[in-house]
Design a protein around this ligand. Structure first.
Ligand code: SAJ
Length: 400
């Protein structure tokens, strides 16, 4: 094969399929034998529009093959997770393990690229690791960092059309990596160094987190000031140079709620706003859970019975089935603690059956509930008639 792709998850698999679509042979590697088997049958293990067709075609055409081990190639892409250890320290052990797995296969002129979101300096660190084990290859490899920036749900389009930032550990590496991506990407390719490219990825997601924190802070202020925050933001955004994002029940997903910590943990004294934004967005979910408890107590005092409560949405953002790092899920878990679950109806129209939560049909939950808590702005919820119900709207559905 021409390319070895280490990691066949949410980014690695679509990228492998895209490269294979261009009739370049890709050898995909994943530590999970079930994933390897599924892909080799031309099927997929994740939910992403258009990905099933792309993988089926790539496998049937003989351009994509999966395995638990890498083989010799000309380009090696590392697309594995970089999770967090305790105290919000980034954990690059998967990148390290992937690098060690391809290390013995490297030869002069090969391209080694990291796409995984990584703390600044990771690419240099991996270059040192490679050269300490293979000193004969020193300065003879092309080593670069090129982060992905695709939006889940629109990956197949954005992989081709988004601009990319590409940073090598030296100029030749940058050029070789640019040439590689120019085969598959029609967005613009921007050259820089590895450290800047690493920081660029972290800053993109931190910027969004800070902006959402501003909106969430406004929602807390407006709640006290008795002002409708959605109307307020709408009006403020009429200013030609103001563009405030939407408040919600917190920030979730495995990128925006995580990547800022890669900066904060490394530069804690300097990253005041970035750190505070994380705190505000985390606090917003806690605040929502408290609001629900208070509304419940108020109802009990007024009516002398426990209210039925519909908790609407579990996903981390509208119209997806992904519950990872979801503030809505956190809120539901928190209000269910020590509660009589018979009074709660959990609704998530994008998920069919869940091993922890007993899910209720949307209309049934609304019919039975005294209090409706709107956690996620799923399309299904916009059509509901919520007359004569007490409504806690944390995602602006009533306004939409
Ligand atoms: N959210 C709000 N208010 C808003 C916008 C979003 O509360 O106005 C919340 C969402 O509900 C969700 C969270 O923010 O809980 C994150 O959602 P998102 O749609 O902003 O982003 P992700 O996590 O799906 O994808 C992001 C994207 N990054 C940016 O927009 C800067 C994507 O381009 C990245 O590739 C992706 O992270 C990643 O993999 O890093």
């Amino acid at each position: 094969p021409e390319v070895v792709m280490v990691g066949l998850g949410y980014i690695g698999l679509p990228t492998a399929a895209l490269i294979a679509q261009n009739k370049v042979k890709v050898h995909g590697v994943d530590v999970n034998p079930h994933v390897v088997e599924t892909i080799n049958q031309g099927k997929i293990h994740i939910v992403e529009p258009e990905l099933d067709k792309a993988v089926a075609n790539a496998v049937a055409g003989g351009f994509l093959k999966a395995d638990v081990k890498p083989v010799e190639a000309n380009a090696y892409l590392i697309v594995v997770p970089t999770p967090f250890k305790d105290k919000n320290e980034p954990d690059i052990s998967f990148v390290e393990a992937a690098t060690k797995a391809v290390l013995p296969l490297l030869k002069e002129g090969d391209l080694y690229i990291i796409e995984s979101t990584s703390p600044v300096g990771t690419t240099e660190k991996m270059a040192n690791l490679i050269y300490s084990e293979r000193p004969e290859l020193e300065d003879k490899l092309n080593i670069a960092y090129c982060p992905e920036r695709v939006l889940p749900g629109n990956v197949m389009y954005e992989l081709v059309n988004n601009d990319r930032v590409i940073g090598g550990i030296d100029e030749e590496s940058t050029e070789k990596a640019l040439a590689f991506y120019s085969q598959f990407v029609s967005g613009e390719l921007h050259a820089t160094n590895a450290r800047t490219a690493e920081m660029c990825k972290l800053v993109e997601n931190s910027s969004r987190d800070v902006q959402i924190a501003f909106a969430n802070e406004l929602s807390l202020i407006c709640d006290k000031a008795d002002i409708n925050v959605w109307e307020l933001i709408d009006l403020a955004n009429k200013h030609p140079r103001v563009n405030i994002l939407q408040p919600g029940c917190g920030v979730g997903g495995h990128c925006i709620a995580v990547d800022p910590y890669f900066i904060v943990s490394e530069y804690p004294m300097e990253s005041q706003i970035i750190g505070k934004a994380r705190e505000i967005n985390n606090y917003k979910a806690f605040w929502c859970a408290e609001k629900i408890q208070n509304e419940k107590l108020k109802f009990e005092l007024e009516h002398g019975r426990k209210p039925n409560i519909a908790l609407m949405g579990l996903a981390f953002k509208p119209n997806i089935d992904d519950l990872r790092e979801s503030p809505a899920k956190y809120i539901v878990q928190k209000v269910l603690q020590n509660a009589n679950n018979d009074n709660y109806f959990i609704v998530e129209p994008n998920v069919e059956g869940h091993n922890v939560f007993k899910l209720t049909d949307c209309n049934e939950a609304v019919e039975k509930a005294d209090i409706i808590v709107l956690l996620v702005a799923h399309d299904e919820f916009k059509e509901l008639s919520l007359k004569n119900k007490i409504i806690l709207d944390f995602c602006g559905i009533e306004k939409l």
